[in-house]
Design a protein around this ligand. Sequence first.
Ligand SMILES: Nc1nc2c(ncn2[C@@H]2O[C@H](COP(=O)(O)OP(=O)(O)OP(=O)(O)O)[C@@H](O)[C@H]2O)c(=O)[nH]1
Ligand SMILES: [Zn+2]
Length: 207
Amino acid sequence: MSHATNQFEYVSSAMLPTRFGQFTIHGFVETSSQQEHVALSYGEWQADDVVPIRIHSECLTGDALFSTRCDCGFQLEKALQNIVEQGKGVLLYLRQEGRGIGLLNKIRAYKLQDSGMDTVEANEHLGFDADLRDYGICKLMLETLKIDKVALMTNNPKKRKALENMGINVVSRTPIDHGLTLDNRNYLRTKTEKMGHQFDPHLFKDK
Ligand SMILES: Nc1nc2c(ncn2[C@@H]2O[C@H](COP(=O)(O)OP(=O)(O)OP(=O)(O)O)[C@@H](O)[C@H]2O)c(=O)[nH]1
Ligand SMILES: [Zn+2]
């Protein structure tokens, strides 16, 4: 089965047992760039159901290498747990490393942050906007999985807006504020103050 749209294509699905439960992995490709993306689904739903989803942007360091410099790994784990606890849901795992600047540029940006810049200043110093991500593929992913209405796990209002602009019905938003560490406190504070992320400001009160 192959489902083509302008830019994205569904490729194939297979079972994916995980530490959290039995998921199915669905592969998609962005035809112009050949960038590969995946969605992990769990459980079953009817066409009219509100399905919990998490849109997660790739972070090799946080997702796979146990970094505490950001909150990504913690959020990824929590999202999969939440989905299993709710009995159904989908993780859309988008390969937009470093908010779209790529892994090696993220390492360059980290180096600048090591010498005092914040995450936004570092991106700008390298000549990038603070956030280059595109959520267009989510539409095909959700269509392929027969989902119209979603309960979105995020702290980032831009993701909600991106989905709504594509005609997806975002019925609710749940915060996913897990993974505050001493190493990422300033980073999370910058996301809240400069990028509009909806973290509880009390999290950053000086200890
Ligand atoms: N350019 C850059 N990217 C980063 C940095 N730290 C984490 N990232 C990337 O940021 C992306 C995750 O974005 P976040 O801003 O943490 O969170 P979000 O996905 O917008 O929002 P939530 O849904 O609330 O998690 C991943 O692709 C990470 O690789 C950094 O300092 N610089
Ligand atoms: Zn990260």
